[in-house]
Design a protein around this ligand. Structure first.
Ligand SMILES: [Zn+2]
Length: 376
């Protein structure tokens, strides 16, 4: 087994489920086990360690490799250390078979953590350490829920010339991803006795017309705007709740939506668009946003010199986009140009049969090393 494969297996065996997805005090909850392991492993390799406690018992782990001469630039390697919950406890036991490591979060993102920290450890002991580039590995907490790790790192004033965010991209260099808005729409009617519906105003009926409009006209309208890497923005009505019992005209109804956004779309532009749509159809609802942190779309120019060097290292010509949201958005909006890159396929992420290919793991490390050793 290679050093990177061993690292990936050790990481899979350490549960680090985001506490948001588990009951309080569940033994699998929290990133602490992985953070401690990363700190110990990086320290042994001679890297400078800096834990950043973000929430009680939940720390980002920063590991730095100083350049051999003065610092001219800083590159950030940023995988997340939290995961979604396991389908069964034996998923935490990694199994190597058929050229793959199977196990919980093998691709989202313990494979990325292994190849990123592994690349840094290889550089630390080699003669090929970059002369003028400081490399910072940051194992970030809470990406799967509220991105507290990347948001705190960005708020601390941390700067870098480029961030490579570890997610399963099938080793493709992703320069853009969609944003994510969670919206709550609320209709208000007037309660009345179920035997006299004409005396009331039915909030569920009004919402059902709005839902129909969103899933037909509005979805069609969104399909007309296309981003070259990301396709169209989308809307999904995820839940609806209204009324209490059959014999009362419901006075209130709410629907919750997931709206994936393209670069240029913001919470206020989406709200204006929805308000115009409802007005046009003579419908009324109040519109609220639900996510606590902003989840903006992300787009990094593929033309900047550092990004071009990364493309060459990955032997990729054209940039690609991703539909999912990740820490790259948070870092990019804090002024750090960001790419997403890592072994594994998002199609397997969060599933019962997650795996990462051994060849992809090796190739990911190789690509990072090629990038760092090609920097001027
Ligand atoms: Zn992820």
């Amino acid at each position: 087994m290679t050093e990177i494969e061993k690292l990936a297996c050790e990481l899979i065996a350490l549960p680090s489920v985001n506490p948001a997805f588990l009951p309080v005090n569940h033994p699998d909850a929290g990133e602490a086990r992985v953070a401690d392991f990363l700190a110990a492993t990086a320290a042994k390799a001679g890297l400078d360690i800096e834990p950043q406690e973000i929430l009680p018992g939940r720390s980002n782990i920063l590991a730095r490799l100083a350049p051999s001469r003065a610092v001219k630039r800083r590159i950030l390697l940023a995988p997340h250390t939290d995961t979604v919950a396991a389908f069964s406890p034996d998923q935490f036991a990694p199994r190597v078979r058929g050229g793959r490591i199977h196990g919980r979060v093998a691709c989202d993102t313990k494979g990325s953590i292994a190849s990123m920290l592994g690349a840094l450890m290889i550089l630390a002991r080699s003669q090929a350490r970059p002369a003028a580039t400081e490399i910072v590995f940051a194992g970030l907490i809470d990406e799967e829920n509220a991105q507290a790790g990347s948001r705190a790192l960005a708020a601390s004033g941390f700067k870098a010339d480029l961030a490579i965010v570890g997610e399963p991209t099938r080793l493709r260099v992703v320069t853009a991803h969609k944003g994510n808005l969670w919206l709550r729409l609320e209709t208000r009617g007037k309660a009345a006795h179920g035997s006299c519906p004409h005396l009331g105003r039915n909030a569920v009926h009004e919402m059902s017309r709005i839902v129909d409009l969103l899933e037909t006209d509005y979805a069609r309208q969104l399909r007309k705007k296309r981003h070259p890497l990301l396709g169209c923005s989308t809307v999904n009505v995820g839940s609806i709740h209204g009324g209490g019992q059959p014999n009362i005209v419901p006075a209130q109804c709410e629907a919750r939506l997931d709206r994936r956004t393209l670069p240029g779309e913001t919470w206020s532009s989406v709200r204006n668009e929805l308000e115009r749509l409802l007005r046009r159809h003579n419908l009324r609802a109040s519109i609220h946003t639900e996510k606590t942190g902003a989840c903006h779309p992300m787009e990094t120019s593929a033309e900047s010199p550092l990004v071009r060097i990364f493309f060459q290292a990955a032997r990729q010509k054209a940039p690609v986009g991703a539909v999912y949201f990740c820490d790259a958005s948070v870092l990019a909006h804090a002024g750090i140009p960001s790419l997403v890159f890592g072994p594994g396929d998002i199609a397997q992420a969060h599933t019962a049969e997650e795996w990462v290919g051994l060849a992809a793991l090796a190739r990911s490390t190789e690509c990072l090393l090629k990038f760092f050793t090609s920097l001027p």
